[in-house]
Design a binder for this molecule. Structure first.
Ligand code: AMP
Length: 249
């Protein structure tokens, strides 16, 4: 079985993002970028399944600019076998990405696609679900455990108030939640080896898809700063403030 893992290049999770002066978008110039953290978890899960003998090949794919090849090389250094860059300079959106991924699935015929549950830049949490709908495949979203057994996948899902386990018929779409695993670091020798690996370069049109933005961003703004706290002198004052100022009692 092949496993396909889509990985997105996003602003590094440790960077404090700034909004462009004209409010059109988040500033990306000279900002450190990295693999979407949930996609690292997805790559790790694919590697673990391969190590357990459940898969023969892991293909990673990224839809984005030329620099997204760095993200793909990180995935190769972690242990993926092959990488495809679907090159575009458009700002990608879930539906366009899902359409490209459907084309990749048709061409590569994986038995399992593991995505991140969401990309931390636009927080859409839509691509996996849209891909499942386009393919007509079963989906196990927000996965914290994945067990493959023959033509069935048992996926434990993080739902409100607990865990839900579903049994799905392969092929399946899985989206990775935070507790699925702890991704490994790529070792230096593997990073060096990954630099030399050949990447397949494609365009959205090669997969019969277009990724032109369908959404119009009206405004982007930074969250307002938090108000400073106040010290109260007594429990009575605290209760009074909670009742009469915050209105929570
Ligand atoms: P989203 O629906 O945008 O929150 O993204 C969910 C998941 O879809 C991500 O964690 C990735 O696995 C995948 N994905 C989204 N956009 C891209 C992209 N441009 N290239 C590759 N994978 C993507």
């Amino acid at each position: 079985m092949k496993i396909l893992v889509p990985v997105k290049r996003v602003v590094d999770a440790n960077v404090k993002v700034r909004v462009k002066a004209d409010g059109s978008a988040v500033e990306l110039a000279n900002v450190k970028m990295a693999m979407n953290p949930f996609d690292e978890i997805a790559v790790e899960e694919a590697i673990r399944l391969k190590e357990a003998g459940k898969a023969e090949e892991i293909i990673v794919v990224s839809i984005g600019p030329q620099q997204a090849q760095e993200t793909l090389r990180t995935a190769l250094a972690m242990g993926a076998d092959r990488a495809i860059l679907v090159k575009t300079d458009e700002q990608t959106e879930p539906l366009g990405v899902a359409k490209v991924l459907k084309g990749v699935v048709d061409a590569e015929q994986p038995g399992l696609v593991i995505l991140g549950k969401q990309a931390i830049d636009d927080d859409s949490n839509q691509t996996g679900q849209m891909l499942a709908a386009l393919l007509g495949w079963a989906q196990g979203t927000f996965a914290s455990k994945v067990v493959i057994d023959g033509d069935k996948a048992k996926v434990t899902r993080e739902v409100d108030g607990g865990l839900q386990t579903v049994e799905l018929k392969m092929p399946v779409i899985v989206t990775a939640d935070l507790r699925l695993n702890q991704p490994r670091y790529a070792s230096l020798p593997n990073i060096m080896k990954a630099k030399k690996k050949q990447l397949d370069e494609k365009s959205p049109a090669d997969y019969g898809a277009d990724v032109k933005p369908r959404l119009k961003v009206i405004k982007t703004e930074e969250p307002s700063g938090r108000k400073a706290g106040v010290k109260v002198k007594s429990v009575a004052e605290l209760v009074d403030k909670l009742k009469n100022e915050a209105g929570v009692l």
